[in-house]
Write a protein that binds this ligand. Structure first.
Ligand SMILES: Nc1ncnc2c1ncn2[C@@H]1O[C@H](COP(=O)(O)OP(=O)(O)OP(=O)(O)O)[C@@H](O)[C@H]1O
Length: 293
């Protein structure tokens, strides 16, 4: 695989319509926690598209807004302003009841903690979302998902009888069994050793290429990101770069470029603030001199 895009490809502008290949997108997305001097701009105006049938990774330094972006896209958190559209519906305008329905019927989730029900078997955990939504199990799709995760001979085991990697594969199968429009995975390999991570990531990639799934994955790990079709880089709540067909080495290079771009922006804003303070100081001196006259 080779890098085909600059790590600093600019984000699309607000006026850009979403291409038909986008299953989910956000426009001018902002999320501010707190207010006044203590306000944190977790998302500072993000325009982003997630393409149908692709595995997209989101990377960036700690605190850059990755989880906030994923949570706003998935209706787990409400943006302060801006638009989020998933599978043709405007998530940012939905009430709680519609958000719950969206999450239950059209989205899948995989978290760092596997979140399996300990008293249920692997198979019962996998079909749980369908059982809760009182939807029938599509046997052929279930078989395809189970085969893809390679858990055929573990289906009747409880989570405590499975390895961490096997438990996360159950969680992935559970996210995929209802054929969601998008699966959101937040650090899915954060609790796994490298061999188990490779199994889970291999499965996530195959579920995209073989089952046509769309996956958005937040990760800190360049190797995990190299399983994606595309990597997006966030810094200070802004989208600062994009990489296609990543490799671990090209991801590391792009991360360094993103960190440098964030440092440059921060230096510019410090310098602007210093100029502003100096101008205020000069104006105050002039004013004092005038009133002393
Ligand atoms: N509920 C909250 N209240 C106040 N500030 C918050 C809240 N959630 C997130 N933040 C702040 O928003 C910013 C972005 O947080 P976010 O968790 O999205 O970053 P991240 O890139 O996912 O970080 P990490 O890689 O460490 O998980 C951070 O400065 C964080 O402290």
């Amino acid at each position: 695989m080779s890098s085909t895009a600059s790590p600093t490809t600019p984000a699309t502008t607000t006026s850009t319509p979403a291409p038909p290949s986008a299953i989910a997108y956000a426009r001018e997305l902002r999320k501010t926690y707190g207010d006044g001097d203590t306000a944190v701009h977790a998302l500072a105006g993000v325009d982003v598209e997630f393409r149908r049938g692709e595995l997209t990774a989101i990377m960036g330094p700690s605190g850059s807004g990755k989880s906030t972006l994923m949570h706003c896209m998935a209706g787990l958190d409400r943006p302060t302003s801006g638009t989020v559209v998933v599978d043709g519906d405007e998530v940012s305008r939905m009430n709680e009841r519609r958000l719950t329905k969206l999450r239950r019927t059209r989205l899948g989730f995989v978290f760092q903690a596997f979140n399996l029900v300990p008293t249920l078997t692997a198979l019962e955990n996998i079909t749980l979302p369908l059982d809760i939504a009182r939807r029938p199990v599509d046997r052929a799709h279930l078989d395809a998902v189970v085969a893809a995760v390679g858990l055929q001979d573990r289906l009747h085991h409880k989570p405590s009888e499975l390895s961490g990697g096997q438990q996360q594969r159950v969680a992935c199968a559970r996210a995929l069994v209802s054929r969601p429009a998008v699966v959101f995975a937040d650090e899915p390999t954060g609790n796994l050793d490298s061999a188990s991570s490779a199994e889970v990531l291999g499965f996530l990639r195959r579920s995209v290429t073989e089952l046509g799934q769309t996956i958005v994955m937040v990760t800190h790990d360049p190797t995990a990101a190299s399983y994606a079709h595309r990597v997006l880089f966030l810094a200070d709540g802004l989208l600062v770069g994009e990489l296609l067909d990543p490799t671990p080495a090209s991801v590391l290079d792009a991360l360094a470029a993103a960190a440098q771009s964030a440092a440059d922006r921060s230096a510019v804003s410090r310098s602007t603030a210093a100029q502003h303070t100096a101008a205020q100081h000069t104006a105050a001196q002039h004013s004092a001199a005038r009133s002393g006259r």
